[in-house]
Design a protein around this ligand. Structure first.
Ligand SMILES: Nc1ncnc2c1ncn2[C@@H]1O[C@H](COP(=O)(O)OP(=O)(O)OP(=O)(O)O)[C@@H](O)[C@H]1O
Ligand SMILES: [Mg+2]
Length: 250
């Protein structure tokens, strides 16, 4: 297993954002995490990325326990993520933003250390190309619209050449065309050898993309299965989805 989330509980004061959550992701899978607002989806990604340490339980990546490491170390170890609300360095250009990420992360140097400037630039340009960032690299980050920001955030995440990519609502605010492109892109990312764990509200997208889906409600895993199982799960329907979502997903 590439990723093993083992009984992770995360408390914020008196609030239990994640309650004994178990999840396994195999290399090459696209796994979705759904659930209503406040269910703990972003918290789960944040725990995996090392932003929060679990209150109890642990996270293993490639068999190694990572849940006490810093976000930097985890990124260097091969996990990258996008943000529900991308916040680039606004004073930098698009390319400079990606360069920052390309200088770190997992690289074929083997050491997982910094790349040389020219190699980092090459990696950044490749990531922007792969993510189909639609503007010149010197475009100021502050001038980007939602879809462009999400592309930049994705390029930034890919620039560290992750083995596992965590996507937090990358589809939010996109048009139907942009959604179709995003779906293509995620399949392309997987084809390139990167495993994907995606948090998403859009049922249609998640049902089409994912090999497996995990459903959270109030921090508790209430269902897990292939898309057809989740679509047919009554617990999920009553807890969250509602009939119209199930119909639109089929
Ligand atoms: N840093 C924090 N401090 C205190 N409470 C937090 C913190 N982060 C998240 N929470 C709380 O934990 C719960 C889960 O939040 P989380 O952001 O993981 O939900 P989510 O499933 O991603 O929701 P959404 O669909 O709205 O993005 C919420 O009740 C939230 O208010
Ligand atoms: Mg969230």
């Amino acid at each position: 297993m590439l990723l093993q989330v083992e009984g992770v509980t995360k408390k914020f004061g008196g609030l239990t954002a994640l309650d004994q959550v178990y999840l396994q992701v195999a290399e090459g899978e696209i796994v979705g995490v759904i659930g209503p607002n406040g269910a703990g989806k972003s918290t789960l990604l944040n725990v995996i990325a090392g932003v929060y340490h679990p209150t109890s339980g642990s996270v293993r990546f490639g068999g190694e326990k990572i849940s006490s490491l810093s976000p930097d170390r985890i990124c260097q170890g091969g996990i990258a993520r996008t943000f529900q609300i991308p916040r680039p360095f606004a004073r930098m250009s698009a390319l400079e933003n990606v360069l920052v990420a390309a200088s770190f992360g997992l690289h074929k140097t083997g050491a997982g250390g910094r790349l040389s400037q020219s190699a980092a630039r090459q990696a950044a340009l490749e990531a922007m190309d792969f993510a189909a960032f639609p503007l010149p690299g010197d475009t100021p980050a502050a001038s980007l619209n939602t879809a462009q920001l999400r592309r930049l955030d994705l390029a930034r995440a890919l620039a560290s050449r992750p083995r596992l990519l965590l996507l937090d609502e990358s589809a939010a605010g996109l048009t139907p065309n942009e959604l179709a492109e995003l779906q293509e892109l995620i399949f392309k990312i997987r084809a390139g050898g990167t495993t994907v764990l995606i948090v998403e509200h859009l049922m249609r997208l998640i049902m089409q993309l994912c090999d497996r889906i995990l459903v959270l409600q109030y921090g508790v895993k209430i269902a897990e299965g292939v898309p057809a199982e989740i679509a047919a799960d009554e617990k999920v329907a009553t807890a969250y989805l509602g009939e119209k979502y199930l119909i639109s997903a089929s």
